[in-house]
Design a protein around this ligand. Structure first.
Ligand SMILES: [Zn+2]
Length: 271
């Protein structure tokens, strides 16, 4: 490859493309390839997904009664961390809402918890005013009640961003440069294929059969057998694990929209 072409490649001169590599049944975990990009672009996308895509989370709790062993503050903290199914079309961020942040049905969701039976109080006991938006995992424990104890609280969930508090973050994202396998003179390709179930021999080269299952341990095996592994700076594999508030695919779509809006804002400011 000549220097000019390499420079162009490093500048992201190629057309950007994405392809879905794997997806779980619930749509909470996906991995996709991002090719012809740059490392700063990949990292910007990662940060937007984690910090900018908004979700619903409990922000205020009013206790009517709490005779459990846990203090109000601890229970409020636990309630804040319960992922709530979020409908991005029905709810606005308070600062972008027509109520100007005062609080209304378009930026807030009221929920009630009333528990008085002995045993563990689970997230499924929280009653939401919006049936679409309720705790994602019914069996998340909140506290334990002994005989005669009770817990009663009214909660307000609001839309927010992960950069303000991690309870609003919708997912965990990581990416890596696409692995490039370069066999050295004395490389033992057969040993590589034998020890890595996702590798096969294609002529005198190694080929990865399922990139979504590729990981560092395979890289170590290859290195031990004389194959140098480098990671591309323009092609990436993205993995997204949603905490449940939003589908992984919607998180990516929303992050792209946020990126676009920020660029539009920037262009306006320049003018
Ligand atoms: Zn509002």
């Amino acid at each position: 490859m000549d220097a000019g072409k390499k420079a162009e490649e490093e500048e992201g001169g190629y057309k950007m493309d994405t392809k879905l590599l794997s997806k779980d049944k619930e749509g909470r975990k996906i991995s996709f390839s991002l090719t012809g990009a740059t490392d700063w672009f990949a990292n910007t996308m990662r940060r937007f997904m984690i910090e900018e895509v908004p979700t619903l989370a409990v922000e205020d709790v009013e206790f009517r009664d709490n005779s459990s062993a846990l203090y109000d503050e601890i229970i409020a903290h636990r309630l804040g961390l319960i992922p709530i199914k979020t409908d991005l079309r029905s709810y606005n961020l308070p600062e972008e809402c027509s109520c100007k942040g005062k609080g209304c049905a378009k930026c807030q969701l009221k929920m009630i918890l009333k528990a008085k039976s002995q045993g563990i109080v689970f997230a499924e006991e929280i009653k939401s005013k919006d049936p679409k938006c309720k705790p994602v995992y019914p069996k998340m424990p909140i506290t334990k009640l002994l005989k005669g104890q009770s817990l009663q609280a009214e909660m307000t969930a609001v839309m927010g961003k992960g950069k303000v508090h991690t309870k609003w973050s919708p997912c965990f994202v990581w990416y890596r440069g696409w692995p490039q396998l370069n066999p050295g003179k004395n490389a033992d390709l057969k040993a590589c294929v034998d020890q890595c179930p996702v590798l096969e021999l294609s002529g005198t080269n190694l080929k990865i059969t399922d990139i979504s299952k590729w990981n560092e341990s395979y890289e170590e095996i290859c290195e031990k057998n004389g194959v140098t592994v480098t990671n591309s700076k323009i092609d990436f594999i993205f993995n997204i694990e949603s905490w449940g508030q939003l589908d992984a695919k919607d998180i990516v779509k929303e992050a792209v929209k946020i990126f676009q809006n920020k660029l539009d804002d920037f262009t306006k400011q320049l003018k």
